[in-house]
Design a protein around this ligand. Structure first.
Ligand code: SF4
Length: 378
């Protein structure tokens, strides 16, 4: 029997607006049975009998779309049986437009110690164009209110390579982000996903995206500018001041196990990756009848586990530890992957430093297409 995980992800699937690029598991909050959902979510959480966690992450959707009373219920119930001494990092995702004073009060009086704010861009016109409901002014108001409430571990999400976005707009966004004086940022390039407004527009020829060259220029600019300002590029899309790396996300990239709770949430327990059912009514019924909502379970083969270890490890700046890999899988890494590594090193995409295998800057930009070379036919 493996050790119990020390991380948990909790999903709040409600949003006050539906962004044009989003394919996350979420629903428009109006007329949703939020109270019933929270009750079942807590039932599912307690069913795992979780006493000790090192990291806990409430994501969405938009966790701050629910009312202050609902937030208070959620936080107090999650904390009820937890040993708060061992809880090192407790994060909630928040939307700048949602953080009213009563909600900030609730966050302040909980064990939360990290807030991840979905800024996306500082440009009001751009915010509108991607379907977000907040404004630049609300970003500053939320940041000030969070700092006032003594949150210093704050992260923001930004998206670049947005439709019609210029290099100048990226420069402005990065400058405004740096001026916030926060210790962590995630920067994602826009990905066109199926069943989104943007994909629809693309199909009808009504979306103009930056070229791949411009996107690469934006990515390189972001890295250079943030590094110049004391941020470490510790994962493909993530930057932090020393000591402020997201401990929870490192659990994912270290390919470690975690609980996933809530509609549409994913988890990884006892070697099994699972996904909960997404539609709220299905989720409520499943938890009511069985105590959990696991819909899809995937037992990974040893080879798949090795591929995941490489995929996730290469996302981090520190890369993949070859020794750790060999210990975990009792495999000779060189024998199995030596020729692939050699070719990727020759092409300037990977580098080997001592025990660590890591991406070069060019490799990081190409990301998964490099990692895919490690998928072997067997
Ligand atoms: S991007 Fe976030 S806020 Fe926007 S619809 Fe998706 S989950 Fe909701």
């Amino acid at each position: 029997m493996s050790k119990k995980p020390t991380s948990a992800y909790v999903h709040i699937p409600f949003c006050t607006q539906i962004c044009y690029y989003c394919d996350f598991s979420k629903v428009f909050i109006k007329n949703q049975p939020v109270d019933a959902y929270l009750e079942k979510l807590i039932q599912e959480f307690h069913q795992y009998d979780i006493k000790k966690l090192r990291t806990l992450y409430i994501g969405g959707g938009t966790p701050t779309a629910i009312t202050a009373e609902q937030l208070a219920y959620l936080l107090s119930q999650l904390e009820a049986n937890l040993d708060l001494e061992t809880l090192e990092e407790f994060t909630i995702e928040a939307n700048p437009g949602d953080l009213t004073p009563d909600k900030i009060e609730v966050l302040k009086h909980s064990a939360l110690n990290r807030v991840s704010l979905g800024v996306q861009t500082f440009d009001d016109k751009e915010l509108k164009r991607i379907g977000r409901s907040h404004t630049e002014a609300q970003i500053y108001e939320s940041l000030a209110a969070l700092k006032e409430a003594d949150f210093d571990n704050i992260s923001i999400d930004l998206i670049y390579a947005l439709p019609g976005q210029t290099m100048e707009q990226v420069r402005t966004n990065v400058a405004k982000a740096l001026a916030l004086d926060i210790p962590h940022m995630s920067l994602y390039s826009l990905i066109l996903e199926q069943h989104t407004v943007f994909m629809n527009r693309m199909r009808r020829g009504r979306l103009s995206l930056p070229t791949e060259d411009l996107e690469a220029e934006m990515f390189n600019y972001i890295i250079a500018e943030l590094e110049k300002n004391g941020f470490e590029h510790y994962e493909i899309s993530n930057f932090s001041k020393p000591g402020f790396e997201s401990q929870h996300n490192l659990v994912y990239w270290d390919n470690a196990e975690y609980y996933g709770v809530g509609a549409g949430a994913s988890g990884y327990l006892d070697g099994v990756r699972y996904r909960n059912c997404g539609p709220i009514q299905h989720y409520l019924r499943a938890v009511e009848e069985t105590g959990h909502a696991r819909l899809h379970e995937e037992h990974l083969t040893r080879q798949e586990q090795m591929e995941e270890e490489i995929f996730l490890g290469l996302r981090k700046k520190t890369g993949l530890s070859i020794t750790r890999f060999e210990e975990k899988f009792a495999e000779d890494f060189q024998l199995r992957y030596g020729s692939i590594v050699q070719e990727l090193v020759r092409n300037g995409l990977l580098q080997v430093t001592g025990d660590q295998l890591r991406m070069t800057k060019r490799g990081l930009f190409l990301g998964d297409t490099v990692a895919e070379k490690f998928i072997l036919d067997e």
